[in-house]
Structure formats: C-alpha cells, structure tokens
Design a protein around this ligand. Sequence first.
Ligand code: FEO
Ligand code: CA
Ligand code: CA
Length: 669
Amino acid sequence: MAKSDTFCNRAEAYEAHDNVPLSPPDRDTIGDIILRRYSRREMMRGTLGVAAAASLFGPTLLASHAARAEGAQDRFSFEEIAAGVDETHHVADGYRADVLLRWGDPLFPDSPPFDPLQQSAAAQLRQFGYNNDYVAFIPLDADGNRGLLCVNHEYTNEEIMFPGIARQDLICFPDMTAELVDIEMAAHGVTIVEIARQDGQWRPVLDNTYNRRISPANTEMRVDGPASGHERMKTSADPSGTRILGTLNNCAGGATPWGTYLTAEENFHGYFWSDLCATGGKPPAGLGGAQAKSYERYGVPGLWQAWGKFIDRFNVDKEPNEPNRFGWIVEIDPFDPNSVPVKHTALGRFRHEGAECLVNKDGRIVVYCGDDARFDYVYRFVSEGKFDASGHKANMSLLSAGTLSVAKFDDDGRVEWLPLVFGQGSLTPEAGFTSQGDVVLDARLAADALGATRMDRPEDVQPNPVNGRVYVILTNNKDRAAGQDDPANPRAENVFGHIIEMTPPDGDHAAPEFRWEVLVRCGDPAVAEVGALWNPETSGNGWFACPDNAAVDAEGRLWIATDQGEPWPTGRADGLYALETEGARRRTAKLFFRVPVGAEMCGPCFTPNQETLFVAVQHPSADATERYKGFERVSTFADPATRWPDFKPDMPPRPSVLAITKVGGGKIA
Ligand code: FEO
Ligand code: CA
Ligand code: CA
C-alpha cells in the first residue's frame, strides 16, 4: 500500500486521518459571537474590555482578576520544575518517581522473562502490554496500600518494538508477518494487576487471583444495549451479533463507583483493511455498500495496521460488519478474572477517548465522553437506573440503558444536551434511523443531524466532584480555518488546545442545560499571536499545550497531562501540570513532572489517600525525534532517541507506569 500522505510517526498519522473534517460544517460560523462582536485582532491582543470579557468568559474570570489584587495563596506547594526535553523524566524536588511496570514485565508467576529479541504472542499475553495509557486504581484495603491497577495498552509502534523494521504503514507493510501481527494484538488491550506498597515502595503482586491480560485476540466480550443483536453487528463468527472477540485502541477510560473498570475504544477505524484500497491508500467511493456513509463518517477502513492482511475479520471486504463491533465503552469487572467484559452500546459508537462517571444527586449514573477527532463532539450518558450502594453486582447493568446526549455550546454560555433518542427530533426513518440501535451505531451521524457543536478534538471530559463542575479537554485542531472559530472553539488553527469548564445547575449532572466558559486557552502567554489565556501567575515553565488526560485529586484540584505529538508545537517535553480552578489563582498552571523525549504523558491517577500518583509514560522516543536537537532522526529499535527507562544498550525504550510518592511520605501537594 502506498499512502498518499507521509507521516513522521503513527500519532501523526492518527491525527492526519482527521484532516478531512468528517462532521458537517456548522450552520452558524464566521466566528459567531466573537467575530460578530469583536475583531479577531482584539482577541489576540487581549485588549477586550472588562464588560466584553465578562460576556464571553463569564464572571469567574473577572472575579479571579479582582481577587488576585488581594493576594493569592498557592494550593499546590510543590516547587515547579523547569520545562525542557531530554532523555529521561523529571519530577518536582522532594518527590520520587519509581518505575512500577514496564512493557514486558511479568504479571504472573509463570511469565517468561522479557526478551525483546525473542518476542512471542504467548509471552506477551503473560506480560505487561505496550503503550500504557489510562490508569485506574481500585483499592483492595482501607489504608490504600493494596489495590488493583487497571491499565490500557492503546497501540503499538512496530519500528521501535521490533528489530529491523521501519514504520510499516508508510510503505505497504512489507515486513509485517502473521507472527508480528499476533504479537501486536497481544500487546494491545488491558492489564489488570494487583499492586501493594511495602516500605514505601509499590510493587506488582504476581501470585494472586486477580491478574489478567485482556487483548483483541483472546478475550470474548458480550454486547448489551440497543445495538446488541443488530443486523449490522452480525458476522460469520458471531451470527447473533452479541459476542465480540476483544477490544482495541484502548485510550482513556474510567472507574465506576461500584468498582468496575471502563475502557474506551478510540481509533478503531485504523485497524480495518480493504484489499480494494490497500494499493491506493484511500477507500474507493461507496466502499461498504449500504454502510458507505457510516464508513466514511468513521474513517473506516483506516489501514494503519496490517491486521486485516492476515486476519479476515479485520478485512472489511470479508467482514463488513466487524468495524461496527468496535468504538464502544467496555466495562470490566476486575475482581473476577473470568468475568466477561461488556460492550455497552447505549453509550454510543465513536472514537471514545474516556468515560469518567459519577453518581448524580438523584442516584443516576452520569458518564461523560469525548469523541477525539477534529470537529467532533462531547457526549453525556445518563443511566435509567439508580446506583445501589449496597452492592457491586447490583450496579452491573446501570450502563445498559439510559439516555445518550450530545453537547451544543451556545453563544450565551448555555450548554444544551441534545438527546440522541430514536424518533425524537430529526432521528427518524426519513433521516435513515429505524431504531435506537441505528442511532447508537451511527452516533456521529445522529449528532450531526441534531446540530451538535463541532469541537477541537475532545479528549477527557472530567467531572470534579468537589467543586461540582466538569472539564472538557480539547487537545488541538489545526484544521479549524479562519472564520470557523466559535465561542467554544475560539481560535482558528488551534494547535495549542484549550479547556472548557461546564457548570451543571444546582449540581444536577442530568440537567438538560449547563453553563460553560473557557477555563484556559493553551500556549505561550508571552507570544501575543498565540492568544493564550492563563492567570498571570503562570510562569514560563507552567504554561502548556495540547491537554489530553485529566485527574482530580482528593482535594478537588485539577491535574492535566499533555500530548503534543506532531507538530510538537512547544519543543518541550509533555508533562503533568497542576491547574488551579478556584479563587485568586484560577487559571494558574505549574509543571510537576515531565516525560522523556518522544513520549506522551498519560494516566494520571491518584490513590484515594493522595499519597501516590500513578502516571503512564507512553511511546518514549517515538514522536517528533527528527526535531530533537542532537538526535534529529526517526527512532528505531536499533537507534532510539532514548532507551528510557532501562538505559541498557540491548534494551529498547519501554512504555512504563511510574508511581510518584513524596520522599518521607505524605500527600502529594
Ligand atoms: Fe488516544 Fe485521544 O488519545
Ligand atoms: Ca488520550
Ligand atoms: Ca491525545
């Protein structure tokens, strides 16, 4: 296959697939309120008057400025580290960051030792997988020294993982073999592993009944909700449309209040193949027949992996419905290693980033989800049933039925939640929807029909149970053209991203309308053209770009992980930033931790006692190392930009989860 585009790494290719804006253009663009009422230059210069800024960003911005004059107390007491990039990670003084789990580490007493030159699928299924992303900690004891760590393994970088091969999707996959594909599949999915802290040090516990590797190859899953048994869910291996082998491209996720793990299937389209486009790089018009519109809207087949070359179900010519069986939220019971994970179709099918949830004040469960693609949407699911605090199993069907809605961010500061319900509004047979199953399978097309707001790549959507608000992380969107900016996506060519804060009325997360305002516009505040918005207390090290994952600590403080990928707009490593949301220091960011060159910052996850922070360092040495001064070439297995974290000449870089603790003990602050 010769692709028409050339990419420096797979992350860039992933992004480039969003280059064609797949959602239909806004009905109401041309800068809406901002360009209607103020010139773009005024916005960039930050010369808006107080009254104008209040109407755009709400009163909190002004309140924070006013309060600042009275003096501001920093709720984050750590000493900020210097921004920069090098071969290793850095954490604030007074803290230690210990490697807890690396790609290839054993998970079971019989796991073979990791040998990067003798990899096999069988070994990988007994070892920690590749490219760790989301991390959840589910406590096993009251003092927080034992727990289950649930970790997503999002994707694989073959050129760094395997000796002797270059990146394959750029050159028709000549070196991919069935054996390598099997190893890749085994390196994807989810790890569940018990960990315990002894003498201040966290370690995996191998000899227990919980540990489990879930992969696209070996784990059967059940389908529930409106698309279960749908005609478009049926394949030759599963004529019932109710059983699916595996999960893939597990990006972020969530932990439920009843102790299960949610994993989000993100860029599923990239795993599908068609012989019809394998030589031309682009799917021919009409591929998919009756499903062509759906294929096009979801970018199926993406041809980022060679799996469909060797495995029929990933070839849409042979199994045209298999792509419909991915792109869901999957619930896993980590307490039972034999449990069958469930794909909850009621939460809709799209490029799911995460699934952060809470118990609403009326007892229903609310799950927030982003669809991580340029110009795609923010979603909310509200369960039909209510949380039962008496039992874990009693809640296992809460995500099976409820109302999925999509967000419309209005000029006047309202968020309208538009229900994706068959028969309501334009979701009718005339528009091509004949059931709720159709609606959830093509949630993107349904959201298009309702006029949802086209966002700058929604990643985590993170509720903060302490202040009652919700943070929408919008990582970037360089393809938003001048004139396509709107109040909720206020910058054209938005390479730096921004964060929106939503406020439900009276703390009711199921309400039909919220309020919203922009919390920060990312990028360097010293460069006026960037149009950044930070509290002036933010230092030259503290501002960031391309926010992605978010965590809220026990005190309700926000922590943001970044993922710049290409084009690496800051030239500084990604990291974890504390971001103040309250009071006089609202909008102040501080750099706590940074990753080695080429890596992306994932996780982050606190233990309930806030004494440990788990972070995931994904794809060290992979991204943009051509621009890394002194290295200036693409990383490979033989020649990576860093051999983090082992720094041994015969060991490739290894994606790893770290445990950050305070030296001498105590809360992370
Ligand atoms: Fe896998 Fe949206 O990051
Ligand atoms: Ca992510
Ligand atoms: Ca990302």
